[in-house]
Structures are given as C-alpha cells and as structure tokens.
Ligand binder design. Structure first.
Ligand code: SF4
Length: 581
C-alpha cells in the first residue's frame, strides 16, 4: 500500500504548534527525522511514516495522512512539490467527440486541464519537469500517448475557456467588440456573436455586462481562436436554462474529425446532453485525484451516481444517489404558510406581475425562469427586501433570505459570522455543509464555492418561517449540490418550515422541489409568476416553452434531456408530456 502525507504549510503557521506536532511523532521520538523542517516549513518523510495519524489528529486542517487505493499502480502524473497534491492519470481528448470531466471540486480537474493545455508541465511525481518522451512512455499503449506525441510535434493547438469569467473585467478593458476582435483568428466575429446572442452588446463596455453575457463572451473568445482542442471549464455558470441549452448545442457542433472538445460541467443534465464520453474523477479534496478511464456518458453518469467503479473495483462514495421515480406532489396535510394576491412591481422599464399563489408548511417550492425575468425581485418582495407597488402578501411571516450575489469583501471570520448557527445547528447545517475547515478564514479569503456554503448555512441557521435561497447551486460541484438538496429538504420536513429555491440546474430542482413556480415573459421587459404547480405540471409548462422534452433514466431515475427530433422527443411532444414523471 502506498501512503502519502499532504501538508498545507499555509494553514500551519504557528511554529510552536509545529514543533509540538513534531515532538508527538513516534518515529521522531525514536530518533529518526520523520517530521522535519526546511526553514520554517514542516515536512513528512513518507518512507519513514507508519501512518499512526497522531500528527493529522493534532492539525486536521493542515496534515493528511492517506493510504492510496491499491488499484493505483502508477506514479502520479503530477505532484505539487514535497507533501503536495497528487494527480493520477489524465483525461483523453478524442477528435470528433466531446469528452466530459465529472467529479467534485478540489480533486485536480483544473490541474488536468492545465497539463493538457500545455500551461503546466507535469513532473511525474519527481522534482523535475517531465520531457515529452517521459510522458509518451508513461502513457504507452493509451490514447494519451498519441495526444502527447502530437503535442510534442506541435500538432495540437489548444484554446481554453477558464472557469472564473468574472475575473475577465479585471484583466481586460474596453468594448466587447474590441476584445473579441483581438482574438479573432478565424474572421468569424459577427457569425459567432450572432450564434451566442452577443450582437446587441458588442459595443458595450466589458465592465458593464452581466455574468451570463460575460460567460458567452468568454466562450466566443475561445472559439474565435484557431485550435484543434477546445477546453471549456464550467461553460454554463451564470446562464439560464435556455442559454445553457443553446451554448451546449454550440459547443457540440465544434467537435469534428479534426477537433476535440473537453468540458468540465457540474450541471449533470447539461453534461449528459453535451458529451459523448465522460471521465469520472475521484479522490480526496486537496490531497489527491484520480482520472478514471472514459465511459460512454449515460453509463458514466449512472456509475458516478452509484458511487462505485465496478471495473476499477473502487468505491468512492459510501452511498448511491437516487432520484424519485415519480414527480413529487405534496398532497398530504396542507398547512398554509402564506400567499400573495395581485402583486405588481415596476423596476425601471421592467414590470413584474404575480396574480395569486400560496405556499404551505413543510414544502420546498422550486422557481424556474429565464434570467432578467423577475425571479430575484419576486423573492425580494416576499422577503420584504423591496417594496411592492400593488397587491398584498396574505400573511406576515418571518423570512430568511440568501441573495444570488454574495458579498465577499468582508474581513469577518466565518467562525464569528456563523457563531449562532454553530451553537444551534451544528448537526443539521454546519457538519453536512463541511463548514468547520473554514472557521478560521475571513469571508474575503473564501472561494466562490466556500462562500456559497457559508451563505447557505447563514440563511438556514436563522429562525424563520420561510427560507428563500437564490441560486444556491452556483459554484458548487455535483456532490455538494445534492448534499445541499438533502439538507434543505430534511430541515424543512423536521422543523415544519418552508423553502423557496430559485435555480437554473434542472436536476437540482427536480431533486429538491415538491412544487414549482414558473416565470414567464420577456427578459428585462415583463415577467409573470405562474403557479405554484405540481412538479409535473410546472415542468411541462416550463419545458414546453423551451421546446425540449425530458425522460427518466430507467436505472438512476434521473431526468435526461431527449435529443431534439429523436423518437422519444417526438412521441412525448405528441402526447404533450414534456417532463416524464
Ligand atoms: Fe509521524 Fe506519520 Fe504518525 Fe504523523 S502519521 S505522527 S508523520 S508516523
């Protein structure tokens, strides 16, 4: 068995504590240098370590002693220095196919992408960069061998869309058109802009456009470059479902006999729709990651949900993720919480209208609708954050609200911000959201996903009747999205409270919601609130408008989008069944 020690010296700054940890190690006590120092940094000699775990118990956030699965026969493809993160194997781009990467955050997806893009030179776990010949030898007999041969021979040109599009305005200035012109190697600016619905914002300043527009600009910039490997890291964040499907079709069209496409995506419905093959990635966050061999998408996603890689004989989650076979419909003991009548609100040119609706105790209501159609404004009205012009809320209730955009400027410590939640809801909220490792961090030091978890904890930890969560899945990986669904559902059930959840991830909404509110209208002009409907009726209304049908996978029961024009698609449309319960 191979044992690795991963040490994060950034989280272990106190020298006295480090010396104390060193003094606890049984090997050091015997006189050998198992835990040693280089300057002020603490390191562990993996050959001497016997894996007793005393040091990691003393500093669980900073030291991890890990027994790697026996199945990992090879050296890592890359290790970030002594006692650093290790990545095993790589995904394989295939010409003519869209290949997906599926796995939680922190297990090396970005590292794998950087290696393929030639941005990071791998070291095969040694203390020097590997040559192309080393890599070709390492991958002998696999598709990756051919890839590195082509990379060595300068036959691969990569164009890469990074994950964090919100950083673009910090690095680039000027109009969208000028930015795209500067990368337009294909002379296709106008065509691509039209396909991605950017024509109208080409003359806008990059600093003034929305997150969804920024995402599509980043995709356009990637595609305007001449390349034969296009890599998209999370291409659908900030996009609504309509835009997600449009962007998916656009990306799928790129793959041809001379072009390979690689996609990292946490929206499982989109990943399923867009890819031909997927690589499951598993491992331990911030310690090691393994890229499993590619599987056909349908089988790959089902395997991922099952938590068990049969061919590799590897269990990477101790439970399987299951979906309901029928649409949820909360018909039992309905106890009214509140409702609304004839709400109207004007915001600049935009007009919002909500005729009549009610929400009950112990239920989770999902909200679906395009961007710019008033979802956030409506929940802000329910939350009392903004005033309505007309109409009424039928019963005054206490609301806890998680906004869509999270303030990350604060210097406050997570531990201080969440002190009440920690006191009252450690088991129900703090532990399942894995907040403890973040206690000592300031809010402005958190990543997008960490800040999201903290904000959800803060919202759910308040004493309220109704919990409004605006886009809780943003920045979270598949695993975290499903964990959060479960936390919210369980909490509402146990405490007899109500949650209203706005999200663009249909699988997440399918997993969490019992009823649906659907927003209709014209973005930025007017929005009408319809429902709440039963899941089946609401999904039908929503999907019919998008002209897309969904079926359920017979094995995992997860919803899957039908390919347009397929037998299933045509049959379901003729029966007016857009959502298969
Ligand atoms: Fe020493 Fe290894 Fe035990 Fe840590 S796990 S105390 S390094 S023997």
């Amino acid at each position: 068995m191979t044992r690795i020690a991963v040490v994060d010296n950034e989280k272990l700054k106190d020298m006295d504590k480090k010396k104390h940890i060193q003094s606890l190690c049984p090997i050091n006590r015997k006189g050998d240098e198992c835990i040693y120092f280089e300057g002020s940094k603490l390191y562990i000699d993996e050959d001497l370590c016997i894996g007793c775990g005393i040091c990691s118990n003393a500093a669980p956030e900073a030291i991890h002693i890990i027994n790697l699965p026996e199945e990992l026969e090879k050296d890592p493809i890359h290790r970030y220095g002594k006692n650093g993160f290790e990545l095993f194997s790589l995904p394989t781009p295939i010409f003519g196919k869209v290949v997906g990467l599926l796995g939680k955050n922190g297990i090396g997806k970005s590292t794998a992408i950087k290696i393929l893009a030639g941005v990071l030179k791998p070291n095969l776990g040694k203390d020097r960069e590997a040559s192309y010949e080393d890599l070709i030898k390492y991958f002998k007999g696999t598709e990756a061998q051919r890839f590195f041969e082509q990379l060595r021979d300068n036959k691969i040109k990569v164009s890469y869309k990074p994950q964090q599009v919100e950083l673009i305005p910090k690095a680039k200035k000027g109009k969208v058109r000028d930015l795209l012109k500067s990368v337009d190697e294909k002379d296709e600016l106008n065509t691509i802009a039209e396909k991605l619905e950017l024509t109208e914002i080409l003359d806008n300043d990059i600093k003034t456009i929305s997150g969804g527009e920024l995402q599509r600009v980043a995709i356009a910039a990637t595609v305007l470059k001449k390349a034969n490997l296009y890599i998209f890291d999370e291409p659908t964040s900030y996009l609504d479902i309509k835009q997600r499907l449009k962007v998916s079709r656009f990306i799928m069209e790129l793959a041809d006999k001379d072009t390979a496409v690689l996609v990292v995506e946490h929206d499982l419905i989109i990943l399923d729709y867009i890819t031909d093959l997927v690589h499951i990635m598993y491992g331990k966050e911030d310690c090691y990651g393994v890229v499993a061999h590619p599987r056909a998408t349908k089988a790959g996603i089902n395997t991922y949900l099952s938590g068990f890689l049969r061919e590799e004989n590897m269990r990477f989650r101790d439970y399987a993720i299951k979906f309901e076979t029928r649409a949820k419909d909360n018909k039992n003991e309905l106890e009214l919480l509140t409702g609304w009548e004839n709400i109207e609100k004007k915001l600049g040119k935009f007009k919002l209208h909500a005729k009549e609706g009610t929400v009950y105790k112990k239920e989770v209501v999902g909200i679906l609708g395009e961007n710019g159609i008033g979802k956030t404004s409506f929940i802000k009205i329910l939350a009392g954050v903004i005033e309505k012009d007309k109409g009424k809320i039928t019963k005054k209730i206490k609301v806890s609200y998680k906004p869509q955009y999270l303030d990350s400027e604060s210097e406050e410590l997570v531990l201080v911000l969440l002190q009440d939640v920690i006191r009252k809801h450690t088991n129900q909220v703090i532990n399942p959201l894995n907040i403890k490792p973040l206690y000592e961090k300031k809010l402005n030091e958190l990543s997008g996903g960490e800040l999201q978890r903290v904000s959800i904890a803060l919202c759910l930890g308040q004493d309220a009747d109704l919990y409004l969560l605006d886009e809780p899945s943003a920045y979270l990986d598949v695993e975290q999205r499903l964990i959060i669904s479960k936390i919210i559902s369980d909490l509402m059930e146990i405490s007899k409270k109500t949650a209203v959840v706005v999200d663009h991830d249909l699988l997440f909404i399918d997993y969490i919601a019992e009823r649906l509110l659907v927003f209709d209208g014209k973005p930025a002009i007017e929005g009408t609130v319809k429902g709440p409907f039963s899941m089946e009726d609401g999904m039908n209304v929503f999907l019919k408008d998008l002209n897309i049908t969904f079926r359920r996978d017979p094995e995992s029961h997860r919803p899957r989008a039908n390919k347009e024009g397929s037998v299933m698609d045509r049959e379901q449309k003729s029966e007016n069944k857009y959502y298969y319960s």
